[in-house]
Design a protein around this ligand. Sequence first.
Ligand SMILES: NC(=O)c1ccc[n+]([C@@H]2O[C@H](COP(=O)([O-])OP(=O)(O)OC[C@H]3O[C@@H](n4cnc5c(N)ncnc54)[C@H](OP(=O)(O)O)[C@@H]3O)[C@@H](O)[C@H]2O)c1
Length: 282
Amino acid sequence: MRKSVLITGCSHGGAGNQLAKEYCSRGLHVFATARNIEAMNDLDLPGITRLELDVTNIESIRTARDQVKSILGVNTGLDLLVNNAGIWSTTPALDHELSEIRSIFETNVFGMMAMVQEFMPLLTLSQDACIVNVGSIGGLMPYAFGSTYNASKAAVHSYSDTLRLELRPLGIQVITVILGGVKTNIFTRPPKPLPDNSYYRPIEAIFRGVRSGQVHKATPRDKFAREFVDATLRPSTPRHLALAFGSIVVPWVTWLVPGFLINFRIVSNFGAGAVRIPREAS
Ligand SMILES: NC(=O)c1ccc[n+]([C@@H]2O[C@H](COP(=O)([O-])OP(=O)(O)OC[C@H]3O[C@@H](n4cnc5c(N)ncnc54)[C@H](OP(=O)(O)O)[C@@H]3O)[C@@H](O)[C@H]2O)c1
């Protein structure tokens, strides 16, 4: 029987959108979801069912799950759940509003947890179910102004690695994706401006460079999607899947290189190593 996959966060120009096209090209029935259905107009293709789904809204998750259930039919399960939806943020830890921090965790962490709980009845109906949770190299290696995002992705890694143990008795596999740079909308959104009283005003140009400095190195979306889909459809799936720019080097570096050298390198990368911010700036 044809396999099925549900992907969260499939807006045009993003990683999830490209994954939807790639899974579809391999003959899977794809449930492409996004919080705004019009953001998936380019996915109006045979083999793809588009559904509205906001991972921070439990009613929205349940409605989408019931739609998937009725489309798949009685006793047919969902084979793959790809928890891709996520928000990237680059904001100094000192300047980040708690409400924004909570909202990032709602999407990147709690939304993922809710998806797993709510879709479990459909996954257990599949003989070959697999959950794929999208983490980030930011969850392994720190970079300045990524504290909230990196903390949320470290939580994703830890959650997924524990979930794998708990789902083994149910025969459901869990893959933790350690994703590096992929050319998506993530890089096209400018960071929020620094507040007037930010300590980092004197190095605002360095702060802005965190986003723009990475885009040209990032992996093209189609290459990323091919490798992602290849790996997740293999009979023997990996526990960890390192994909895209920086994803192979970063885990080795964090394992082999002493922490102080990593910190020095990262700080000097951003040019912040030479900067001392006058405390009166706030
Ligand atoms: N691109 C990279 O270099 C990179 C690196 C490491 C990890 N990642 C991870 O890869 C995943 C995909 O990111 P991307 O690069 O494709 O970024 P993107 O282009 O910004 O796409 C993110 C997707 O998540 C969706 N989303 C946000 N909040 C949501 C919510 N509450 N409910 C449902 N969907 C929601 C967005 O929807 P809207 O369009 O409505 O905002 C969008 O469809 C994320 O988990 C990201 O953290 C990306």
